[in-house]
Design a protein around this ligand. Structure first.
Ligand SMILES: Cc1ncc(COP(=O)(O)O)c(C=O)c1O
Length: 398
């Protein structure tokens, strides 16, 4: 008999308690006029303190945070920005928004994050910035990226949209770059529905961000005097109240995410042919999305895996497809000039799916998903003609 879920298992979902509901209601009642910024300030302070940086700015989404980081960093037309080939397009689209050229490079096979050696190889006199992405909660090799950025005098931007709560040697995701972005989209570890945060330790950059995100006027300006044509990127007080309540529970939320991963890792510890998210020594992975990559030799395509889960009443998501393989990058050859055929990213992305990782997951539901995954692996067609024989060498679950 097929291992199916009785009720459909969603791929993601938040943890909302009466505390969130109460603070949102309070914001709806009180956060107006002179008090309009109270919940934003509270949410920003909570995130800055948690990450261990001086400044935080709440914005409508992480895409806006990345856009502001680039704009405030002075990145513009004629500049190149090095980015990973395998990520959500939101990591890269803001590079185009400021008129610069995204230069895609490969990811590492174990952490699924940008390869520092590939970054180094892609640097030209036009390079102005590097954007690293902490994929699915994994951590980039930030110490290596910091050294490269320092040596070449480049802006280092951390896309930690998916990694709130991860760390390297106790230093939190979001504290490594000149600026970092978090997302609070409804699927994320901390949610505000839609929402994001830019964090930085750099006061000059922080001030420039505050100016740029409010149509080119100084904070507190009551004369409506605009000095530049800029952007409107503010978060509403009601959303900020939701975020502030979530941040009161951040340690519990991260513990729940790690528990969900531990259930999966335990269930799959004797299952061959599949690799989960890595957690190298010194790293704490907040495991935003538990991700399973099937050995390429099994010939299991990620979309076929999703269809097989769907048949069993289980939602999943595909590993992000390499940007260089997407129609959005057709004809953008200068962006793709460093992407090698059959590279690690292409192999991993072809055979990976995100498994249900929402806060509704229980040990029993994880058992159901793992039962389904084992069936899907057992039904694998085996090596395909197109099949890249090379195996992904991602680390085994710890
Ligand atoms: C890696 C990454 N970067 C950026 C973003 C953009 O976040 P938002 O949807 O809040 O703009 C996301 C969101 O899904 C993401 O996963």
């Amino acid at each position: 008999m097929m291992s199916s879920a009785k009720t459909r298992i969603p791929v993601a979902g938040p943890s909302i308690t009466e505390r969130e509901v109460a603070l949102v209601a309070e914001a709806a009642r009180t956060a107006w006029y002179a008090n309009h910024n109270a919940f934003n300030a509270r949410f920003e302070r909570a995130v800055a303190d948690y990450v261990g940086v001086r400044f935080a700015v709440a914005v409508p989404h992480a895409t806006a945070a990345l856009h502001l980081a680039l704009a405030a960093g002075g990145v513009g037309p004629g500049d190149e920005v090095i980015v990973p080939d395998v990520t959500w397009i939101a990591s890269v689209a803001p590079v185009a928004y400021v008129g610069a050229l995204p230069v895609l490079v490969d990811i590492l096979p174990d952490t699924w994050c940008i390869d520092p050696a590939a970054v180094e190889a892609a640097i030209t006199p036009k390079t102005r910035a590097i954007i690293g992405v902490d994929l699915y909660g994994s951590m980039c090799d930030w110490p290596a990226l910091q050294k490269i950025a320092d040596r070449h005098n480049l802006l280092l931007i951390e896309d930690s949209a998916e990694a709130l709560g991860s760390s390297i040697d106790g230093k939190m995701a979001g504290s490594f770059g000149n600026a970092a972005a978090f997302s609070f989209h409804g699927s994320k570890t901390v949610v505000t529905g839609e929402g994001g945060m830019l964090v930085t330790d750099d006061e000059t950059l922080f001030k420039r961000v505050q100016f740029l995100r409010d149509h080119g006027r100084q904070p507190g300006d009551r004369l409506f005097l605009n000095h530049e044509i800029a952007f409107k990127y503010r978060m509403s007080a009601v959303q900020a109240a939701l975020g502030a309540a979530q941040m009161e529970r951040i340690h519990d939320l991260i513990a729940m995410k790690r528990q969900i991963f531990a259930w999966y890792a335990g269930e799959l510890s004797h299952t061959n042919g599949v690799t989960l998210n890595a957690e190298p020594p010194g790293v704490v992975n907040s495991y935003w999305m538990v991700t399973a990559v099937a050995d390429p030799g099994l010939g299991l395509d990620k979309f076929a895996m999703m269809a097989a889960f769907d048949k069993r009443n289980i939602d999943s998501r595909p590993f992000f497809s390499p940007l260089s393989s997407l129609p959005a990058f057709d004809g953008r050859d200068s962006s793709k000039r460093h992407v090698r055929p059959h590279n690690a990213g292409h192999r991993i992305a072809a055979h990976g799916v995100n498994l249900p990782s929402g806060y509704n997951m229980t040990k029993e539901l994880v058992g159901t998903v793992c039962g389904a995954l084992r069936e899907i692996l057992a039904e694998a067609p085996g090596p395909q003609d197109d099949g890249v024989a090379e195996r992904a060498t991602a680390a085994q679950p710890s």
